[in-house]
Design a protein around this ligand. Structure first.
Ligand code: FAD
Length: 448
């Protein structure tokens, strides 16, 4: 290499870059941050809040628990960046105006963010990109295992079912996680305002889990150092119990850890403790996550449409009283009530629980599935746009389920997953009104 080559390699492409963190709140294995670091002389790091409007103007306001967890994750990210002389300088709301204001304030020549599956986030990004034609807008894959270019099909031709998808991608090579950058470009000096945006209540930390990159890494290492993964397939459907499933979603959703890092640690675990059907099944479930990410990319705004990707609308509607009962855990179905009360108190619900409450909402209560999805979007600590809406569509019969409809027999499910009634007793699921409706079909009060 000549002296000149060296010089050009050191020359940065952009004087000032804007690094927008979304659901990639980490320093390690963050390809977007790496890209921004290698392109820019100076870098401003900001956090972009997700949009709070979902469908038909239905707004979501994340619960205090989730805001607390987000605060912890941002605080941890800020400290992680601090090791490189960087920090989070602002929080912007994810509206078009919010993004545009950010660009006007800092005037960067390039903007970086991780690829987003949420169609509304995409639409806003595109509209801001049009308003700032002189600025380079760069998107980098950081939320999925594979890059779209590594998939053996175009995203527009995503297989119609998970099984077909899995067969095509299962044996692809998953890129190794990348280490944290050796250094980061310095920030520009502006006052930090983001901490003031969180009230002191939200800065308290009584959440189910500790948020942030270090906590995510500790949890993953502890999980794989134990032998829980060796029997994951037998325990994963339990309604309760910390070690019965991995709980990775609690950190994956905001990107405190990457899916690639988890696979890396899974493979290491397999070399130490052996590979078996259970360890394979962790990969299998992460492929479900992968499928729903690309599914959201593929189907755009259909992901929050009433008829989803189906050709006709479901035969359900919206009954405010029933919906309220479902939210509060006051339906005639104790297992559903227990799961909903667990969600309301902790921000978490097992996968089996989510399937049961979704099936109940759609089939037993005949409710529009989108309200159930929106309620989970507000309440789940691990809320992930693609996983949540994709799973809801699937269970509502308007998504990727080749069988079209999946109705769970709640009585049988209770016998299988809570035969002694411990879970229902723990969450007081049986304390409910036996009657579902208080008004009849023409809104006339029903009397005894
Ligand atoms: P594990 O059983 O240990 O699975 C390991 C990982 O695989 C999970 O962390 C997750 O990343 C992935 N995974 C497992 N099952 C699924 C699945 N069905 N779809 C997508 N990924 C999966 N997951 C979310 O992360 N965010 C959501 O908002 C979300 N909403 C859901 C809504 C409904 C109605 C249903 C039925 C499922 C939803 N899921 C969601 C998927 C799944 O329930 C959770 O990922 C899982 O319960 C999280 O607990 P865990 O990490 O212990 O899972």
């Amino acid at each position: 290499m000549t002296h000149d080559d060296d010089f050009w390699r050191l020359e940065k492409m952009h004087k000032l870059g804007l690094m927008c963190f979304h659901n990639d709140l980490r320093v390690a294995d963050n390809p977007t941050l790496m890209q921004a670091a290698s392109d820019c002389e100076k870098l401003i790091c900001v956090y972009i809040q997700p949009p709070d409007d979902l469908f038909d103007g239905y707004a979501i306001a994340p619960t205090t628990l989730r805001r607390q967890q987000l605060y912890q994750s941002l605080d941890a990210l800020d400290r992680g960046l601090g090791a490189f002389g960087q920090h989070i300088q602002a929080i912007a709301d994810g509206s078009t105006e919010g993004l545009a204001a950010l660009l006007e304030r800092f005037d960067p020549s390039a903007v970086y963010r991780s690829e987003q599956a949420n169609w509304r986030v995409q639409a806003r990004w595109s509209s801001v990109a049009q308003r700032f034609p002189e600025t380079a807008f760069c998107e980098v894959t950081s939320h999925t295992l594979f890059e779209s270019s590594a998939l053996p099909f175009k995203v527009a031709n995503l297989p119609s079912s998970f099984s077909k998808f899995r067969r095509q991608v299962e044996s692809l090579t998953i890129p190794e996680p990348i280490a944290a950058p050796a250094s980061l470009p310095p920030p520009v000096t502006t006052p930090d305002i983001w901490r003031q945006r969180f009230s002191s209540a939200e800065q308290q930390s009584d959440t189910l889990i500790a948020g942030g990159e270090a906590a995510a890494s500790r949890h993953t290492q502890t999980y794989f150092a134990s032998n829980a993964a060796q029997s994951y397939k037998q325990t994963r459907n339990a309604l309760d119990g910390w070690e019965n499933s991995t709980k990775f979603s609690l950190w994956l959703a905001c990107g405190a850890i990457s899916a690639r890092e988890i696979i890396h640690q899974l493979r290491h675990h397999e070399t130490q403790q052996g590979a078996n059907e259970s360890t394979y099944w962790i990969y299998f479930e992460l492929l479900w996550r992968e499928y729903f990410q690309w599914y959201a990319h593929r189907h755009g705004d259909n992901i929050s449409a009433f008829q989803g990707i189906a050709t006709s609308t479901p035969n359900t509607s919206f009954y405010p009283q029933r919906f309220r009962k479902w939210c509060l855990g006051n339906t005639p179905y104790p297992i559903v009530n227990a799961c909903m009360k667990q969600l309301n108190a902790s921000g978490y619900m097992s996968n089996r629980g989510r399937q049961l409450v979704a099936s109940c909402l759609v089939h037993e209560l005949a409710l529009d599935w989108r309200y159930g999805a929106a309620y989970m979007a507000q309440n789940l600590l691990d809320y992930d746009f693609a996983s949540n809406w994709g799973n809801w569509q699937y269970l509502a019969g308007v998504g990727a389920d080749p069988r079209g409809h999946r109705r769970f027999n709640l009585h049988k499910q209770t016998q299988t997953y809570d035969p002694e009634g411990h879970f229902i007793a723990l969450w007081k699921g049986a304390e409910c009104e036996a009657r579902l409706d208080h008004v009849d079909i023409v809104d006339w009060p029903i009397t005894d």
